[in-house]
Design a protein around this ligand. Sequence first.
Ligand SMILES: [Zn+2]
Length: 294
Amino acid sequence: MESDLRLLSIHAHPDDEASKGAGTVARYSKEGVRCVLVCCTDGGAGDILNEAMKTPENEDNIVAVRRAELDRSADIIGFHRVAMLGYLDSGMPDMPENKHPDNFANAPLDEAVERLVALIREERPHVLITYSDHQSGYLHPDHLRVNEISIPAFTAAGDPDAYPDAGEPWQPLKMYYSAWSKERIVKTHEKCLEVNGESPFDERFLDRESEDHLITTKIDVQDFWNERCDALLAHATQVDPNESFWFPLPRDIAAAVYPYDDFELAMSTIDTANSDGVVEIEDDLFFGIRGQST
Ligand SMILES: [Zn+2]
């Protein structure tokens, strides 16, 4: 299938593209939408989280290993291009990597925004997917930075006076935040108890404040659960195949228990209200765009 629609996803580290919205990108890629991944950092501060992959070779070459994992994952999901924004992983606040002047969190904001604007102008996406400024307690500096560069880049990309050396202006029409729904966690938890008699989700997850009221858009990804799982497994240094947090249920059951990726429409240049002035829950990131794109 061919489409003239284009989607650009912005992620912080190699593996984030697999854990957030992978099924959605797989679905649109299969439909013929051009899908581009912008990965902001090299993931060099990440530990090897899969014991089976903890070898001296992998530890000494973690950046190259993670880049190869990223390419494999992006291929499985159906991304047409992986563009690196070119920053070092900022690690967490207590790590030495966090002090490095060239890491993503410490680099000048304006420079990072310009790099993203240049990619938006080159790829001319109709829809961007990025991270929110309210991240459910997972306060990784690089994840927060993704939000901090995306907001100005969305507007600046279409502004001919902004970053004149970064290409011809192009205004994306919508920008979404990936959302982690509480409903997903609760339903998965209950199904785990039913099927396995135990659940990897404890109070840290179950007592988390719900942000589900912010969800504007639910994409049905039940048919793309395999892509999500295989993309995660491609990040072999980061994802242990026996890890119940990522793989708590048999695939067919997990795909059905909560068959959506959830998003929050954060910025939009188009009116998506119906004739009664009501904005309904969307089932398509390109709602309001199809049929009138360029
Ligand atoms: Zn990350």
